[in-house]
Design a protein around this ligand. Structure first.
Ligand code: SAM
Length: 279
């Protein structure tokens, strides 16, 4: 492949900060990300943010098919050169947040997401797959290191929050590698990490995903309040009723929401749903 930086220069490309354009060039790292994602010749990959196509090309070499979204049309001449000969790649120049998940899924069948995500929309993009996708088997994504810590946090820690609990319902989450800021062009102000979220293992069923979401939201609404007090104010319960529900869910008196495990949230939300407190 031609040298990426020269191609960008020859195409007159200028980096746009507002779209999180921090590109990767290190071929060993790119290969390692494709490997972390478990991509092989039977895998269909969805990439969000093709950029100059470095990761796209690494994925293309291992995958059955790669569908890549890119918001910036000025990258079209760049990608025409960097992805020359990659017959299994399709690039769609569109804002991924405007794409319908059901349409994307219809086109792909079972797929994995592999991407170096634009930092300004990392969490909303990941949450869309967590909450909406049916065919996605998992995501392997480069994100800011502190966001990675939040995604994989353990209960009772400061990083643990609503996003952690949402991801845990669908599967397992782990950091596969830390990536220093020096690996990107241009260099961002933070370090990054690759996170692997696997929807094929470790997730659990709940009576209502919506009730689970509402229960988790309630628990983290005011982190300093006890769960009992948050339940009372969010769902307009009396103290005795809140205590009884917690007891029935096997949750100790006086705890704060952040100490509950995702499975504790599931038991609590199933009860609230059964009782018609959360629809
Ligand atoms: N994959 C390339 C790499 O690893 O070098 C580029 C990654 S760069 C961090 C993120 C890319 O996402 C940029 O090319 C940016 O233009 C694109 N992007 C930003 N917002 C987007 C959106 N809403 N939909 C699709 N692409 C987007």
């Amino acid at each position: 492949m031609e040298d990426l930086k020269s191609v960008l220069g020859e195409c007159g490309f200028s980096f746009k900060k507002q779209w999180g354009q921090n590109f990767l060039t290190d071929t060993n790292l790119l290969r390692a990300i494709a490997q972390d994602a478990g991509v092989d010749e039977n895998t269909t990959v969805l990439e969000i943010g093709a950029g100059a196509g470095a990761l796209t090309r690494a994925l293309s070499g291992r995958a059955k098919k790669v569908l890549a979204y890119e918001i910036d049309r000025s990258l079209e001449p760049v990608l025409a050169r960097t992805l020359a000969g990659c017959e299994n790649v399709e690039v769609v120049f569109q804002d991924f947040s405007k794409a319908e998940m059901s349409e994307v899924e219809k086109e792909l069948g079972p797929f994995v997401v592999a991407a170096n995500l634009p930092y300004y929309v990392t969490t909303p993009i990941v949450m869309r797959f967590v909450e909406e996708s049916k065919n996605c088997k998992g995501l392997t994504v480069m994100v800011q290191e502190e966001v990675a810590e939040r995604f994989c946090a353990k209960e009772g820690t400061a990083d643990y929050g609503a996003v952690t609990a949402a991801i845990a319902r669908r599967g397992t989450c782990k950091i596969t590698r830390r990536v220093p800021r020096e690996m990107f062009t241009p260099r961002p102000n933070v370090d990054s990490a690759v996170v692997k979220i696997d929807f094929t293992s470790g997730g659990f069923e709940v009576a209502s995903p919506r009730a689970y979401r509402e229960t988790v939201r309630c628990a983290f609404l005011s982190r300093r309040k006890t769960l009992e007090n948050n339940l009372m104010s969010v769902f307009r319960l009396g103290r005795e009723e809140a205590k009884e529900i917690l007891r029935a869910a096997g949750i100790a008196d006086g705890v704060r929401g952040e100490t509950l495990s995702p499975k504790d949230f599931a038991r609590l939300s199933d009860l609230l749903f059964e009782k018609g407190i959360v629809k």
